[in-house]
Structures are given as structure tokens and as C-alpha cells.
Design a protein around this ligand. Structure first.
Ligand code: TPP
Length: 528
């Protein structure tokens, strides 16, 4: 939060609510987002008028990631509008693209209604960010106005999913019939299922009918990565085994999964004519991208519980299961040389193996986007149901501030952040915020001094011509551990694979915000 609702913050302090001052409004939005995604409850970020554009930019990821973030801003009074007011452009349009509810407050009497509605909007249906624009450039009309208002909180809208409802019986029957008829069924599980806490039900369904489970990157860990039916993340950021399985399936059951371009590899998966079942909490998602979808409207955990109760016989499908296991095995054999490589600079795959080896049973891993998401999503193994994986919904630089927010939501849990150096540069200033508030996360930087994922596109653009290609993706070699130590955090630079594990363990034990700067090989490209 940044310089706004000052009197409100004084009152909130009396209630024990902390206001974390950040260096940028965008990072404040990312911190709130990390808090909301990890804690499964709404979080608030706010900025004064001139910071509104930065705050709105930060909401892009909560919008794409369906995260219940409440953003508050202040705007100048009507007497200043339309006459070149200093520091202000219209707020409404900026927030409209990134929120599901976007309102302006003109007087105090509106507040009880709009605040309650904001929580309701953020937490129901597909969750998402909301925005309230207060009068006064610091929202300061609330400091001055007076009214007799009774504090009021609707408990059910303080978590997600706020409402859990059952699908129709006919929908359950149709889904069961399709599942029983299928010869090569596959589940594709998304973040909706994770938010719903549907892991045990997904596992039960998969095990009863022996169905392979592909996950979107957002649902990684919903069943353990080493479960024999887990074929890995699917889509453009994937384990290729998952894509192969879904391409060969004759029935695909999307569970709390948005069927967007990333998870379906630009809608090339599943193949045309594959039967589709889709379960979602939001009716507008059902059948959005596939005709003839068998729809189930409901909360994922509730609906799968209903469905599992109706499944009376288990089934075996030896040849399909053997085939799907073979795809997973092939992938693991292909990446093994990199995962066990002793080379220097360190291979990112080896880094992921070392992280997997020390990952605490209740850890939360935040991953940034680009190659970081692919390395972490495909190669950091989550083997305990208490481990949680959260990743940027596309905005580079999200993971570090989001991980700080996640630690604030769940302070007892070890929180790790996996990011490239390109991602970490965005919000390095928030390391000071972490030190000031003692938010002890461990940030692991895969530091290859390049925008790794951008390299390929830049090279394609040059078509082999000689030019200043590297200027478009290379950074100076920077020792982030030294910077971290200078700022009062724990910092270690690692250059040899065998030093990764001890460094991570030391960082976790340090009790301080920690940065492990791992010098990685720039010419490393994931298998897709
Ligand atoms: C805000 C934003 N700008 C640009 C991109 C495009 N992009 C995706 S990955 C990437 C490079 C990531 O580099 P780095 O964080 O160093 O990680 P590496 O790929 O080297 O592991 C870029 C520029 C993006 N996702 N988000």
C-alpha cells in the first residue's frame, strides 16, 4: 500500500491489521495477490491517485489468475475533474480491463454497501480482483466525513470458494455414463480444483477408474507428482507426456480448468471429436471452447464427492495405463542427463532436482513466468499433499513480491520463490520491504544474465544475420547475493551443483529473508 486512507490505516492498526508499505504500487498488488492465492482469502492493496496506473498494472496477474484482490485508490474531487488536474488520469477505464467489479465512491453512506459487495464479487463464481475508487486523491474524504455506521462482516465472503454448490443429478449421471463408456479417458485438472481443495476427490476418481491425470501448471501438486497416474502439466508449458496422453484420449474431463490457449496448446488439445466433460463453478465457462461439452455446474470438491459416491465399480484399463506410464518414463529418461549434470554453469534442471530434494513437506513454491515456470512446474517434484505450487499467470516479476505476500498469509509455512534474474530485477527493491518487516522467504534466482526465454525469439528475428542480437536479452553479470547481504538479508551465491543443497538448507534455517543466487547455464532450453 502507498500513501492512502491514512486515517483508516490508523484505525486498522488498532485492530491489529498491518499495512505494509512497499516501494511500488505494482509490487503491492502482487503481494496482495500472493497473500490471496496462498491464503485462499481476499487481500487488500491500495494507492493514491498518481499510483493508480501502477496498481492497475499489478492487477493484470490477479485478473488472469482469478485471485480475490481488493484494490483501493483515491481520486481528486469533481471540482478538479476535466481541467488538467495534476497527477491524475481517469481511473475507471484502467481498472475496467483487470477487474470483475469496478466502482466509485462519492459519499460515506455508500461505503457499507460497496465494501460488502466488493468482497462478495471477489470471492464468488470465478474469483477475481475488484476496485473501489474513493473520493479525495488519498481517499481522504473518509477521514473528514462522519456517519453512524455499524461494522458488518459477511463471514462467508472472507474465503474462496465462498459458496459451494452441487451439480444437478442429471449432470452427474451424464458424466458417469461418459466416463464408463470411455476407453482412454484423461482428467485435466485446473486451479479451480486446487482452490476448492478437491485433491483427495480427484485422486479418488482417478484411482477408482484408473484414469491418468494431467494438470494445468496452476494445479500442479493437486495429486503428488510421483503418483503413478499423474502424467504432468499439460499445454504450452508442460511435460510432453501430458500432451501426448491428452492427444490420445477419447474422453477428456476438465475439472476447474479454464480451457484457454495455454492449457490446451492453442486449442490443439484435445483433438477434434474427443468427448469432453467440463466441471466449473462458473456457468459461462462450461462449453466455452468445445462444442458438445457435457457440463457440470458446481464446486469442484462438492461435485466430485457427489460423483465419486455414485461410482460403484472400479475399472482396469491395462493397455491405456501402460501407454501413459511409458510416456512419463520416456520424458523422465530424456531429462535425466540434465537433472544429474555436474556441469558449471549449473543446469536449471539440476537446480530443480536439488530443490526437490530439500523441499520441506509443507513448503509453498512461488514460480515466476517464462522458463522459470516451465523448469519449476515440470521439474520441482511435489510429493506431499501439504506442498503448494503457485505461479505467475504471465507477468514477469510477479513471483518475488507474491511470495512475500504468501508468507504473510501463512507465516508458519516455508515459502520459496523460484525466479530468473530477469524476473527478479523488476522488484528487487522489495527485498528492503522483506527485511524491514522480516518476511523470511527463500528466493532462488536462476541467474543466467539473460532473458532466457526471449533468446529464441530474438535469434529467430535475426535469421542468422550479424547484428547486436545479445543487446536484446543480455544483462550485466550481477551478484544478487551480495546485494541481498548489503540490504540486511541472507545471501549466498552458488556456482557448483553440489553447493546448492547446503545453501538452501542454510537459507531456510537463517530465519531471514534469503536470496540464493545460482549461476545457471544460459543455453538451457526446456523440452516442450
Ligand atoms: C511483464 C512481462 N514482460 C515480458 C514478458 C515476456 N517474457 C516472458 S519470459 C521472459 C524472459 C525471462 O527471463 P528471466 O526471468 O531471466 O528467466 P529465464 O528465462 O532466463 O530463466 C520475458 C521477457 C512477460 N512474460 N511479462
Amino acid at each position: 500500500m502507498e500513501a492512502i486512507l491514512r486515517r483508516t490505516l490508523v484505525e486498522l492498526e488498532k485492530l491489529g491489521i498491518k499495512g505494509i508499505l512497499t516501494h511500488s504500487e505494482k509490487a503491492a498488488a502482487y503481494m496482495a495477490d500472493g497473500y490471496a492465492r496462498a491464503g485462499l482469502r481476499p487481500a487488500v492493496c491500495m494507492a493514491q491517485s498518481v499510483g493508480a496506473a501502477n496498481l492497475a498494472a499489478g492487477l493484470q496477474d490477479s485478473c488472469l489468475g482469478h485471485s480475490p484482490v481488493l484494490a483501493f485508490t483515491g481520486r481528486k474531487p469533481p471540482s478538479h475533474q476535466y481541467r488538467n488536474a495534476y497527477q491524475e488520469i481517469p481511473h475507471y477505464v484502467m481498472f475496467d480491463a483487470v477487474t470483475k467489479y469496478n466502482v466509485e465512491v462519492y459519499n460515506l453512506e455508500q461505503l457499507p454497501h460497496l465494501l460488502a459487495q466488493a468482497f462478495r464479487e471477489a470471492t464468488t463464481g470465478t474469483p477475481g480482483p475488484v476496485h473501489i475508487d474513493f473520493l479525495g486523491y488519498e481517499g481522504n474524504f473518509t477521514d473528514e466525513a462522519e456517519a453512524e455506521l455499524t461494522p458488518f462482516c459477511e463471514q462467508e465472503f472472507t474465503c474462496i470458494p465462498a459458496r459451494r454448490f452441487h451439480p444437478n443429478r442429471s449432470e452427474i449421471n451424464a458424466a458417469i455414463q461418459a466416463l464408463e463408456q470411455a476407453e482412454r479417458p484423461a482428467l485435466v485438472v485446473g486451479r479451480g480444483a486446487l482452490v476448492s481443495g478437491a485433491g483427495a476427490e480427484v485422486k479418488k476418481l482417478a484411482e477408482t477408474l484408473n484414469i491418468p491425470v494431467a494438470v494445468s501448471m496452476d494445479a500442479k501438486g493437486i495429486i503428488p507428482d510421483d503418483h503413478p497416474l499423474n502424467v504432468g502439466p499439460i499445454g504450452t508449458y508442460c511435460r510432453p507426456s501430458a500432451n501426448k496422453v491428452v492427444a490420445e484420449a477419447d474422453l477428456v474431463f476438465f475439472i476447474g480448468c479454464n480451457t484457454g490457449d495455454q492449457v490446451t496448446k492453442d486449442w490443439t488439445l484435445p483433438l477434434p471429436d474427443t468427448r469432453i466433460i467440463q466441471l466449473d463453478i462458473n456457468p459461462v465457462e462450461l462449453g466455452r471452447n468445445y462444442r458438445g461439452t457435457i457440463s457440470m455446474l458446481g464446486d469442484a470438491r462438492t461435485a466430485l464427492r457427489d460423483l465419486n459416491k455414485e461410482l460403484h465399480k472400479s475399472r482396469k484399463n491395462e493397455s491405456w495405463n501402460q501407454q501413459t506410464r511409458r510416456y512419463v518414463q520416456e520424458y523422465l529418461e530424456q531429462v535425466e542427463p540434465q537433472c544429474s549434470a555436474d556441469s558449471v554453469p549449473i543446469r536449471p534442471e539440476r537446480l530443480c532436482r536439488e530443490i526437490s530434494a530439500i523441499l520441506p513437506r509443507d513448503a509453498i513454491v512461488f514460480a515466476d513466468t517464462g522458463f522459470s515456470a516451465i523448469w519449476a512446474g515440470s521439474l520441482i517434484d511435489l510429493v506431499s499433499p501439504d506442498q503448494l505450487f503457485l505461479r505467475a499467470s504471465g507477468s514477469l516479476g510477479w513471483a518475488f513480491p507474491a511470495s512475500l505476500g504468501g508468507k504473510c498469509a501463512l507465516p508458519q509455512r516455508p515459502v520459496l520463490c523460484f525466479t530468473g534474474d530477469g524476473g527478479f530485477w523488476y522488484h528487487i527493491s522489495e527485498l528492503e520491504t522483506a527485511v524491514r518487516w522480516n518476511i523470511p522467504t527463500v528466493t532462488i534466482i536462476s541467474n543466467n544474465s539473460v532473458l532466457g526465454q526471449s533468446q529464441l525469439g530474438v535469434r529467430r528475428a535475426y535469421r542468422g544475420e550479424v547484428g547486436k542480437e545479445v543487446d536484446q536479452y543480455r544483462f550485466n553479470n550481477t551478484d544478487f547475493a551480495k546485494l541481498a547481504a548489503d540490504m540486511g538479508a541472507f545471501g549466498l551465491r552458488v556456482e557448483r551443483p553440489d553447493d546448492i543443497r547446503p545453501a538452501l538448507l542454510e537459507a531456510l534455517a537463517s530465519g531471514k529473508p534469503a536470496v540464493i543466487d545460482v549461476v545457471t547455464e544460459a543455453e538451457s532450453f526446456p523440452l516442450l
